[in-house]
Design a protein. Sequence first.
Length: 325
Amino acid sequence: MSRTDAPRAATVRVPAKVNLALRVGPPDPDSGYHPLATVFHAVDLCDEVTVRRARSTSLQVTGPFREGVPADPTNLAWRAAELLRENYARTCGVRRPSPVAITLEKNIPVAGGMAGGSADAAGVLLAANELWGEELTPLDLQDVAAELGADVPFGLMGGNALGLGRGDELSTVLSQGELHWVFCVATAGLRTPDVYRELDRQLGWDGPPTPETSAARTAAPEPPQELLQALRTGDPHEIARHLENDLQAPALALQPGLQATLDAGREVGAVTGLVSGSGPTVALLCESREHAIDVSVGMAALRPEIQVFTATGPAPGARVVDTRH
Ligand code: C5P
């Protein structure tokens, strides 16, 4: 597309995620980041991101989960727009494109372990690239995404993916069929760095390495092979046996009430449950769409104070749904 017929506005839909496995290794002594072996699974609960040409960058937040979302330059979505503008100038050798007015429709719970903030940043990258004439390739966008945060590249990719490194070195995972979920949203969120810090405290990774621990402290976690096999069968009971999350214990330590949500999920017949990412959202795996509706009705009756919703995966990554000229 030439720059003259580029649109004035673009809207992108971008999915939430749950980690089907999240293996965490000891933090890198320099960056403090933890090496991961994780399996991301995108679900069809999406934020909608619209960008329009404007005189200066701005951000407006709407939708059911808008409360508490900063509408200022600290928001990752705002940083995504600024970083992409700089990359256009550097990579394409063009003048910095016009700023954008961003609107986020927040349907993904905030600070819930479902990568909603990262999804919005991924959405801004794809939408602004559309607006500015698609000068950057999908690979360029992935590089910019990785600079913004560990979960942002997966927001662009979607589906099921193995994530290594910080979670940003992605490869596609083969799977069969769909998985049906009930998500239970806690009233208070958890900050991802706090959950990693609690993991470090629990595992003694917060002090300087000793001769005994230094070998273990250089080890990157192994990919979860049995889960990858199970995903090829598509059988939720087989998959349930291999779901795992190293951040579940620290999330439960910081919010002990989550155990009652996991217990309630089993009581109402979910196949299994786990904390989503760094929490505190709890994901309950179900056998089918109908079963997920039954489980959500059961949860609403047993724990009326908790907000529940159903979702299905794998869902596609960020995609343009509307452009206006
Ligand atoms: O990359 P992102 O901004 O999502 O990470 C938020 C925080 O979570 C980081 O600042 C870091 O404290 C922690 N984190 C980590 N190791 C990872 C991913 C995140 O320690 N692989």
